[in-house]
Design a protein. Sequence first.
Length: 130
Amino acid sequence: MKYETMPKDHEAAVRTLAMPKDTNGLGDIFGGWIMSHADMAGAIIAFRRAGGRVVTVAVNEFVFASPVYVGDVVSFYTDIARIGNTSISIDVTVFSQRSDGEHETCVKVATAQMTYVRVGANRRPVPIAK
Ligand SMILES: CC(C)(COP(=O)(O)OP(=O)(O)OC[C@H]1O[C@@H](n2cnc3c(N)ncnc32)[C@H](O)[C@@H]1OP(=O)(O)O)[C@@H](O)C(=O)NCCC(=O)NCCS
C-alpha cells in the first residue's frame, strides 16, 4: 500500500534529516539520496519478512512528486506489496516534514516499489517461507 497521508499507526522504517551535503546543483536534495534511503527502508522489511539476507533485484517504480529541501525531516514508510517464490516487492512512501519554527507542514514527496530476492550464502535465490 502506498500511503496518501503520513500513517499514524505505522512506524517509519527510516527517518532522517536532509542535509546541505545531500543537495544537487539547484540546492535541493538530489534524487539519488532519496533512492538510497528508500532502498534501505525496503531492505529492512524485506530482510525481516524473508527471514535473512536479501539483495535488491529491481526498482519497479520510482516517482518524485515534490522536492525535498534542506532541513526537512524525511520519513520512509514501507509495506509489503507482493511475496513471490524467492522475491518480495515492497512499496515505499516518502514524506517530508518542514517547519518555519511556528508551522509544520507534511508533504508526500515520493513513492516507489522495490523488489528484493532472498539469497543464501552462495548469493543464489532461496525460497521465502510462506
Ligand atoms: C538477485 C539475483 C540473485 C537473481 O538471480 P537470477 O538468476 O535472476 O534468479 P531468478 O531468475 O531465479 O529470479 C529470482 C527472483 O527474482 C525475480 N526477478 C529477477 N529479475 C527481476 C526483475 N528485473 N524485476 C523483478 N523481479 C525480478 C524473479 O521473478 C524471481 O522471483 P520469484 O522467485 O519470486 O518468482 C541476481 O540477479 C543478482 O545477484 N543480482 C545482483 C543483486 C545486487 O547485487 N543488488 C544490489 C545492487 S548493486
